[in-house]
Design a binder for this molecule. Structure first.
Ligand code: AMP
Length: 388
């Protein structure tokens, strides 16, 4: 009998999923998403050739309604084979969760306590887990944490310059996008084994964006911190900000925590600076001067943080681009590499137009690659390891 695992990768208003057959080795049977949760829910699944194999729309509904459809569909695909586990990408594992875990009631309660640290994502993660537990109480559920990969960062790197009591209650840097960086570190060992042992910066540039400094495949520094707000400018998130700014906004504009949270998570970044869109494709196509200014700031902030992480690493051997913008925008890669030339990176303009592989010249001292990320396969592997 061929067993299967279903992987959940929830965003703030979507649930991406992927269905993997386990034996003899992991094979993606299908993937898709439930999008428009809260507005116009829409379920779409594609097979391994990307052909649409299922679709449904709802006027509205709960997580339980959507997941009932998804689980039913997943089991139909298996033709009588067994769905043995569900693996979840969980944004925040705090200090406690640095390995994948079985999501029993105690673990779910502990994760709920971390919701203020990831207010857009964690409650959504938890409602997916709870809905699956209700619909399929027999199904093993495993949580894989975006923060866990960064557990190798040193105490100095993790620390904020605040009184120690705050650090003791967990106010410190955690880092995110760890499942993506784990995949990239593994893939780089296959693509470029010599460089993979060195000093690499991986740039996960999607709607959320961060950089990770990898030394011999392990995280030594990253741009996100206590929350996924820190570091780079993102689609709608502001990234690093002078801590005096929220103080000013509170005093001058009477903003409270909820108003600041909405401003920093939902109305800033590419959207806030351009006033046009959070979507890089729309900004690249726009003739609006502020769209160009938003792109310039996005690139400047990446280049500045590359300099900072190169300092953390004591030099740089390679740069990897991944995620929606990193994988699909030769323009952003070209602009970032131009600002990174001082570190010894020379872009191969022709290679940069292709979708994958090495994009630096043969004689570039610092190499650069495009490596498409795959968080779902990491979750599937970890889920199988815990349930085996
Ligand atoms: P992700 O969060 O990884 O799905 O990435 C989403 C981001 O990738 C959005 O800003 C998209 O505009 C961007 N993106 C996707 N395809 C392209 C493309 N061909 N050119 C530029 N940006 C893209």
């Amino acid at each position: 009998m061929t067993d299967a695992v279903l992987v959940f990768n929830p965003g703030s208003s979507s649930i991406k999923f992927a269905l993997f057959e386990i034996s003899p080795e992991l094979r993606r049977i299908a993937s898709g998403a439930i999008e428009g949760i809260g507005t116009a829910p829409h379920f779409l699944a594609r097979d391994s050739t990307k052909a649409v194999v299922a679709e449904q729309r709802w006027p509205d509904g709960t997580h339980e309604d959507f997941l009932a459809t998804l689980l039913h569909w997943a089991e139909d695909q298996l033709g009588g084979h067994r769905l043995v586990a569900a693996g979840h990408r969980i944004v925040h594992g705090g200090a406690q969760f640095i390995q994948p875990v079985r999501l029993d009631e105690a673990a779910i309660d502990a994760l709920e306590k971390l919701s203020p640290l990831a207010p857009l994502h964690q409650p959504h993660n938890i409602s997916v887990i709870r809905a699956v537990a209700k619909l399929r109480p027999d199904l093993a559920q495993i949580g894989c944490f975006d923060t866990a990969f960064h557990a190798t960062m040193s105490a100095t790197t993790r620390r904020f310059a605040l009184p120690r009591a705050f650090e003791e209650e967990g106010v410190r840097r955690y880092g995110f996008h760890g499942l993506s960086y784990e995949y990239i570190a593994g893939r780089l060992r296959e693509v470029a084994p010599r460089e993979a042992g060195g000093r690499i910066i991986a740039a996960h540039l999607g709607n959320g964006a961060s950089l990770c400094a990898l030394q011999n495949g392990r995280s030594v520094d990253t741009t996100m911190g206590f929350t996924a707000l820190d570091g780079l400018m993102m689609g709608t998130r502001c990234g690093a900000l002078d801590p005096g700014v929220p103080l000013y906004l509170m005093r001058r504009h009477g903003m409270d925590a909820a108003a600041l949270e909405d401003l920093f998570y939902n109305r800033s970044g590419l959207l806030g600076v351009s006033g046009v869109s959070a979507d890089m494709r729309a900004l690249s196509a726009s003739a609006e001067p502020r769209a160009r200014e938003a792109i310039d700031l996005f690139v400047f902030r990446i280049a500045r943080e590359i300099g900072a992480l190169a300092a953390s690493l004591g030099g740089l051997d390679g740069l990897v681009f991944t995620a929606g913008i990193g994988e699909n925008s030769p323009e952003i890669r070209r602009l970032v590499c131009a600002r990174t030339a001082w570190l010894g990176l020379t872009l191969d303009e022709t290679a940069n137009r292709s979708a994958e592989g090495r994009i630096s010249t043969a004689d570039s001292r610092v190499a650069a690659w495009v490596i498409p990320t795959d968080e779902e396969i990491i979750i599937a592997r970890r889920t199988i390891a815990v349930t085996a």
